[in-house]
Design a protein around this ligand. Structure first.
Ligand SMILES: Nc1ncnc2c1ncn2[C@@H]1O[C@H](COP(=O)(O)OP(=O)(O)OP(=O)(O)O)[C@@H](O)[C@H]1O
Ligand SMILES: [Mg+2]
Length: 234
């Protein structure tokens, strides 16, 4: 579904991503894990068209998208749920959701899709008329995910959904992500919480200083000495 080949990104003269290759099949859940400033957000921004790669290619469903504007990439079916959610705090829960449907041409299914999101996140249904800024941290993250789903994406990219949440809320949010995955959505998850990411993902890529240093199935990570010492505290 998604194929990244030899992708590099620079901000001015400073290169932050080096020669990344990554592939995701339909219905897979793949995690990119890495600590602060390793380049995770830059990678997602390059996929969703918010950044133009300095070299390399990105293909989605067999089409080159690395020079496409972001709104067209969204229309092709990639939803990017940014770090921190990017919600409209002074709009209601239901209004935030409705705005998420903009990338989708067919307006007729909007009601159905909102219902689908409310089924996935019952807490949002109960708070449809509440302003986004009055939601709890966990609810806000769910709203951000729900809004990202309103376009009925083929590929859903989540940037650190656990960020700034208490352990209890992290569990709640990850439960929702797992449910989403069970409903058949392809997911690219970017996470610092490596333990949690490995619990859920089929495969993972470890990003260190802008380079992938390890990739493979969960078991490979759990057995790797460097990962165990540096990230899992084992
Ligand atoms: N707009 C920008 N201009 C210049 N440098 C940037 C810009 N955005 C990011 N960087 C740099 O690129 C590097 C990677 O940043 P990025 O946000 O991709 O990392 P990250 O892995 O998402 O980090 P975090 O876990 O803290 O969100 C960092 O050193 C950062 O300072
Ligand atoms: Mg980031």
């Amino acid at each position: 579904m998604l194929n990244i080949n030899s992708l590099s990104i620079s901000y001015g003269k400073i290169q932050v991503l080096w020669d990344l290759c990554l592939a995701i099949d339909e219905k897979e859940m793949v995690a990119v894990i890495g600590s602060n400033a390793s380049g995770k957000t830059s990678l997602l921004n390059a996929i969703s068209g918010l950044l133009t790669p300095s070299s390399g290619t990105v293909e989605f469903l067999g089409r080159r998208i690395d020079k496409m504007p972001a709104y067209l990439i969204a229309r092709l079916g990639i939803s990017h749920i940014p770090e921190g959610g990017g919600l409209f705090p002074d709009m209601k829960v239901c209004e935030n959701l409705e705005l998420g449907a903009y990338a989708r041409a067919a307006d007729g299914e909007k009601k159905e899709t909102i219902q689908w999101v409310y089924d996935l996140f019952p807490a949002l249904a109960a708070r449809a008329g509440q302003l986004a800024r009055t939601l709890s941290g966990g609810e806000r993250q769910m709203l951000a995910i729900g809004r990202g789903l309103m376009s009925r994406p083929r590929l859903c990219m989540l940037d650190e959904p656990s960020y700034a949440l208490s352990p209890l809320l992290v569990t709640e949010v990850f439960k929702a992500v797992r449910e989403l995955r069970e409903r058949g959505t392809t997911i690219l998850l970017v996470e610092q919480d490596i333990k949690r990411a490995l619990e859920m993902a089929d495969r993972a890529y470890l990003l260190e200083n802008g380079r992938f240093v390890l990739d493979g199935p969960r078991e490979l990570f759990l057995q790797n000495d460097h990962v165990r010492k540096a990230y899992l505290g084992l």
